[in-house]
Design a protein around this ligand. Structure first.
Ligand SMILES: [Zn+2]
Ligand SMILES: [Zn+2]
Length: 187
C-alpha cells in the first residue's frame, strides 16, 4: 500500500476546507501545520453568525467582496482564539495568498507557504515573502481529486435521462439506466 505524502495530505485538507466556503467568487482553504500536525484550518466565509454570500449575494465594493474573511486569516484567527502559537509553522493554501493575507502570514511567524494554484500572485507579496525569508513552494494536489463540479454533473445526468425518457419506447432499458445513474449520482 502506497502512503499519501505529507504535502498531499495537508493540501487535500485545504481543498476539503475550500468546499465549505460561503463566498463562491473564489473557494479557498488554508491549513496551518506544526511539526506535521494540523493545528488550524480555515476557509473564506462571513464572520460567525453573519449572513452568507451564497444566500444573500456578495457585498461588492470596488470589485471585491467585503463580507468574507479570507481562509488564511480565518485559520490564523482560530489560533489566536484558542491560544495556539503559529511561530515557525507552515501553511497550506489552495491559492497563492492576496497581499493582506501575505502580510498576516509573515507577521504570524509562518515559515513556509505551500500553495496549489497561482492566483494573481502580487509581485509585492512575492517580494515581502522573500524579504521575510519565507519559503514559498507550489504543491499541486495530484494524489486525491476533489470534484468541484459534482452538482453540474448530476444536473447533466438528470437532463440526459429526461431526454432519453422522451425519446425511447424501451422503458425497461431506460429504467435500468436510470437505476444505474441513481446508484452513482445523488439524483
Ligand atoms: Zn462574497
Ligand atoms: Zn487573502
Amino acid at each position: 500500500m502506497e502512503r499519501i505524502s505529507w504535502n498531499q495530505y495537508f493540501m487535500a485538507q485545504s481543498h476539503l476546507l475550500a468546499l465549505r466556503s460561503t463566498c463562491t467568487r473564489l473557494m479557498v482553504g488554508a491549513t496551518i501545520v506544526r511539526e506535521k500536525r494540523i493545528i488550524a484550518g480555515g476557509y473564506n466565509g462571513s464572520v460567525s453568525g453573519g449572513v452568507h454570500c451564497i444566500d444573500e449575494g456578495c457585498y461588492v465594493i470596488d470589485g471585491h467582496c467585503v463580507r468574507t474573511i479570507h481562509a488564511e486569516a480565518n485559520a490564523l484567527l482560530q489560533c489566536a482564539k484558542f491560544g495556539v502559537p503559529t511561530e515557525g509553522a507552515e501553511i497550506y493554501v489552495t491559492h497563492f495568498p492576496c497581499l493582506q493575507c501575505c502580510k498576516q502570514i509573515i507577521q504570524a511567524g509562518i515559515k513556509t507557504l505551500y500553495y496549489a494554484e497561482d492566483y494573481r500572485n502580487h509581485p509585492y507579496a512575492v517580494e515581502l515573502f522573500n524579504e521575510a525569508g519565507i519559503e514559498t513552494k507550489k504543491v499541486a494536489l495530484t494524489d486525491l481529486a476533489v470534484d468541484y463540479h459534482f452538482q453540474e454533473k448530476e444536473a447533466y445526468i438528470r437532463k440526459v435521462l429526461d431526454e432519453l425518457k422522451s425519446q425511447t419506447n424501451n422503458t425497461s432499458k431506460y429504467d435500468a439506466l436510470k437505476a444505474e445513474a441513481e446508484s452513482l449520482f445523488n439524483l
